[in-house]
Design a protein around this ligand. Structure first.
Ligand code: SF4
Length: 278
């Protein structure tokens, strides 16, 4: 059975950077805490815990050691709370997310009203909203044009959660244009998600079965599995090699492998090795 890996798969730049920073922090021997799980990957979170890196809910739960900010970033209030406690701060905010936070604040100052295109309640979106509000902006979060308040008036700035699609952004911009509002748009989409989705879809088209690796609590991995299932009925989402069932691949000449942006390379390599041994 031929095993083919997707062109783009696994940990993106921001996640890999955060993982590297956490591992480095663990080597200090002082211990460290992440504000929420570092990534949506239970195996990685367990490995980090063994190295003395534990996930806590907020700065008030940290007793000693450093505090690591995740790639999603945090609100300015959370950052101030860490600083007020005098705890060493390791900022693993992805540079793409930091750029979006800066854009949200700039738009708030320039336009007064800011639309955040994204998923309400997501930690990254909460950070964008808070950065815009701290800069004096009136902020709404929309996932689609129907979420736009009827009362919205120009001038309006738009900033985007990094993992959103270009289509979602364009739909909101077009809906505002129909109302005569020409928004000031900061396209802060990161292409890591799109690259993984497009290469997974292309691979799912050409193989007999496909394995999608990543946490079941990872929304980007689940989305990859949904995309693969559209063209490959034998799509299997797994977290670890021992979940692979040889019966899934009966009669297969080729199997594809892809992984979410929160799946490190060693987990992909372990699955590939197990598949090649089947
Ligand atoms: S998906 Fe993009 S923005 Fe998000 S952590 Fe990865 S590289 Fe950064």
């Amino acid at each position: 059975m031929r095993v083919v890996k997707a062109e783009f798969a696994g940990a993106c730049y921001g996640v890999q950077r955060a993982l590297d920073m956490a591992v480095k922090a663990s080597e200090s021997g002082q211990g460290a805490s992440t504000l929420g799980p570092l990534i949506h990957n239970p195996q990685v979170v367990a490995e980090l815990a063994e190295r003395g890196i534990r996930a806590v809910e907020g700065p008030e739960n940290v007793e000693r050691g450093s505090v690591i900010i995740r790639s999603h970033g945090v609100t300015p209030a959370v950052r101030r709370a860490v600083e007020a406690r005098g705890l060493p701060l390791i900022d693993a905010t992805c540079p793409h997310v930091a750029r979006a936070q800066k854009a949200a604040a700039e738009l708030a100052r320039r336009c007064g009203r800011v639309v955040v295109v994204g998923e309400a309640g997501h930690p990254e979106v909460e950070g964008l909203v808070a950065h815009a509000r701290e800069a004096g902006g009136h902020v709404v979060v929309v996932a689609e044009p129907d979420d736009l308040p009827a009362s919205l008036e120009a001038p309006v700035g738009i900033v985007v959660q990094t993992t959103q699609t270009r289509e979602a952004l364009d739909a909101v911009v077009a809906a505002l244009a129909e109302r005569g509002i020409e928004a000031d748009v900061k396209n802060t989409i990161c292409f890591a998600t799109r690259q993984r989705q497009e290469s997974a879809a292309a691979l799912a088209d050409e193989v007999d079965a496909i394995v999608v690796i990543g946490g079941r609590n990872s929304s980007n991995t689940t989305r990859l599995a949904d995309i693969c299932a559209l063209s490959c009925a034998r799509t299997h989402h797994v977290e670890a090699p021992d979940e692979l069932d040889p019966a899934w691949f009966a009669g297969c000449e080729s199997v594809g492998v892809t992984a979410g942006a929160s799946t490190p390379e060693d987990q992909i390599a372990a699955i590939v090795e197990r598949l090649e041994a089947l």
